[in-house]
Design a protein around this ligand. Sequence first.
Ligand SMILES: Nc1ncnc2c1ncn2[C@@H]1O[C@H](COP(=O)(O)OP(=O)(O)OP(=O)(O)O)[C@@H](O)[C@H]1O
Ligand SMILES: [Mg+2]
Length: 375
Amino acid sequence: MENPFVFGSATSGEWFTDREEDARRLSANFRHGVNTILISPRRWGKTSLVQKVSEETRSADLKVVNMDVFACRNEEEFYTLYATELIKQTASRWEEWVENAKRFLSGLVPKISFGVDPMTDFTLSFDFSDKQLNGEVLNLSQKIAKEKGVHIVVCLDEFQQVAEFDNTLYFQRKLRSAWQLHQDVTYCLYGSKKHLMTKLFSKQSMPFYKFGDVIYLQKITTSDWIAFIRHRFEVTGKQISAELAEKVAVTVENHSSYVQQLAWLLWIQTDKEAIEAGFEAAYTDLLNQNSMLYFKYIDGLTTYQLNFLYAVTEGITSEFTRKEILQRYQLGTSANIRRLKTSLENKELIDISGKTVSFNDPVFKLWFKKNVRRF
Ligand SMILES: Nc1ncnc2c1ncn2[C@@H]1O[C@H](COP(=O)(O)OP(=O)(O)OP(=O)(O)O)[C@@H](O)[C@H]1O
Ligand SMILES: [Mg+2]
């Protein structure tokens, strides 16, 4: 029987709901050559959305190339991935890969290696000591687009990773100055470390400042989740009331991945029609299944950091420097607050929008409140 809910990896087709507004905007950007920067906290659905729009907009004269730079640790690995994926994904047959590698990277003398399955395993390697050649790789997208007479959209997932490279600012400047001259290529840069992504694109001093349309992905609304959950129950021969479906979404603050996970756990508990007791059991499962992860989150946190998180679970979201709050939650001096915020934000545990602090992970928040005692 088909799987009613999917979580943990990017989703599509029947498991994909709503996002019509976001999809329309992204699709218009792809088709009209507007660069996009897409930002959201983890597991809200960036990859799923970009994949969906990529599928929908791909055509004979619009090639969409997707790659994930998460595993790249330095410039060289980035160039290798970039060139390999561009060559691979703009060719229609694998025989064309070698041909195109030679044709478009003539100056580079790439080494081509095939793996067990030539259809998928194909890697290029270069001699990176020649700096001029690196520039050639960055312009490869435009070169292919022009020679093939097509438009190319290049989507780079986990783009914030480039901030970790040595000499990152210099590298970012190189990318930007090459890419901004490309007339037949559009870029979609997206990633999950919201504060890092925001820094890369919203700070005037950064090379990618004003590179394109910045989209902060929104959460899927409660009413869309209700319709989605009820429908998924129905097509798999079960029922759930609107009230209980709403409870599933609201309990995890409409966080995409957790809605699907909690709905799945409730679905398993359900014989024909979902009931409250099933929900309670599913909710307990959800906390248990994720607890190893949450223990890792709190591992090594200082007492001040734990106290700060605790204050947030009690509904304190701003004005931490008020004397009464500093004392009640034992947060140290007011000068300490800025440090706490920065460190917890860097650890991806909290999000700061304006002056308001919230947990990035709504289920971690529930778990923390239940399991971590202050003092
Ligand atoms: N449009 C959607 N409809 C239904 N569920 C979704 C949707 N988008 C995401 N999800 C759920 O969220 C999960 C994570 O989605 P996805 O991997 O696309 O998010 P992401 O923001 O790219 O995550 P990460 O930050 O880990 O890269 C999916 O497995 C699915 O359960
Ligand atoms: Mg992703």
